[in-house]
Design a protein. Structure first.
Length: 410
């Protein structure tokens, strides 16, 4: 099987995902997507007529984010009309999946130059829990088979089942903020970060907008749990609640609510893109690889707990690569909620100094469809900065899924 090489990676800064507050909130999602696509083409002197496909992850495909965002963003970026595009949805895992499929198409020998990435405007298309497809009262058959609650309620349920207390999840949130602040201050993101300009040419955003570097354990301790009231939100006329959905599978569980805004992923806007090529194409066009794809995997776990698939995904991708946990130099696990990263570290018995070394989504935010591609780019930059070899990236996704990828710095 042919190799797939990562040639370059770039992303926008993440803007606060609230209308009227975030610097990117008034931008069109196609414009965010075109920003990273244009940067990739310019930085690598890409002949866009030879881009076989552009694969974007976008979880909320409605309104301005509907209608195949990848293709529209490519056209907006001035790509040759021969460069095709497709947009996919694996919920939070969409950004990794887009890169994995791009790599797979190259490794199969079917394509030579593909871009994987993603975009999400949470300020406009953030999830409304009352409109979640998992609680669709017109599809009670699936809800009875696989109750799927709100992710935040799942996070609290997992913390309760695992015996992970409020102090542990808060402590990890503080570390995330500290590491993100250090990374920003020391330019760890500079290689991949591209500013976003408005259509009139003025600057929209050139830095991370979400971090709160002054976060302390004391300040977090003052925050009330965010999902306790939501757990009892009536979802239909029958009085179904998220807590009730969990109880269908875990009837004896009394949930200890430990998650809040400070130890959950931030709501932000952003986009990212990664340029991949076959070795033959790269050599013929003077492209120098920064990394190669070692292995990829997808796996499912409990839809009711929803967030527990990253650990089995890591085991699966390691097995595919013929590697062990000890072979991996750095890990990126998306901080959808603090318990996800904390459980990942504990279950795999990881050195905490190798996990999310530049902070994570609790500090930087989580633009759903773009995050996976952001993490792969962050991993690539950090492997180069530390002169390390192997990195593993994974993240939980709704429905109880997780994609994963291992890359090797070249």
């Amino acid at each position: 099987m042919a190799e797939a090489w990562i040639i370059d990676a770039c992303r926008t800064p993440r803007g606060i995902g609230k209308k009227g507050k975030g610097a990117l909130a008034n931008e069109h999602p196609q414009h965010l997507g075109s920003t990273v696509l244009k940067a990739l083409a310019e930085r690598n002197d890409v002949n866009t007529a030879e881009v076989d496909d552009i694969i974007f992850g976008t979880s909320s495909q409605r309104g301005q984010q509907g209608g195949d965002l990848a293709r529209m963003a490519a056209l907006d970026a001035g790509y040759d009309t021969r460069s095709s595009g497709v947009t996919l949805d694996r919920f939070c895992g969409s950004g990794i999946t887009a890169v994995n499929i791009a790599a797979a198409s190259i490794m199969s020998g079917m394509e030579d130059l593909v871009i994987g990435g993603g975009c999400e405007m949470m300020s406009t298309f953030g999830q409304d829990p009352s409109q979640s497809p998992f609680i669709d009262s017109d599809n009670l058959h699936l809800r009875d088979m696989h109750p799927q609650p709100h992710q935040g309620v799942c996070a609290d349920a997992i913390a309760t089942l695992e015996g992970i207390d409020r102090e542990a999840v808060d402590q990890l949130a503080v570390v995330s903020q500290q590491r993100a602040a250090n990374a920003i201050a020391n330019g760890h993101f500079d290689k991949s970060l591209v500013p976003v300009y408005k259509l009139d040419g003025t600057l929209a955003l050139d830095h991370e907008e979400f971090p709160r570097p002054n976060t302390t354990l004391e300040s977090l301790s003052e925050l009330k749990p965010s999902f306790e009231a939501l757990a009892d939100y009536p979802l239909d006329e029958a009085g179904t609640t998220f807590r009730g959905l969990i109880a269908k599978k875990y009837p004896d569980l009394t949930i200890n609510h430990v998650h809040h805004a400070g130890n959950s992923s931030g709501v932000v806007d952003g986009a990212a893109a990664i340029l991949l090529a076959s070795p033959d194409y790269a050599k013929a066009h003077g492209m120098k690889p920064r990394a190669r794809i070692v292995a990829m995997s997808n796996i499912g776990d409990s839809p009711t707990l929803m967030l527990n698939a990253p650990v089995p995904a890591a085991h699966k991708v390691l097995a595919k690569a013929g590697m062990s946990v000890g072979d991996i130099d750095l890990f990126e696990i998306n901080e959808a909620f603090s318990v996800v990263a904390e459980k990942f570290i504990r279950d795999l018995n990881l050195d905490r100094d190798k996990v999310n070394v530049n902070g994570g989504a609790m500090a930087l935010g989580h633009p759903i469809g773009a995050t996976g591609s952001i993490l792969i780019g962050t991993m690539l930059d950090e492997l180069e900065r530390q002169d390390k070899q192997f990195g593993l990236v994974t993240m939980c996704a709704a429905g109880g899924m997780a994609p994963a990828i291992i890359i090797e710095r070249v």
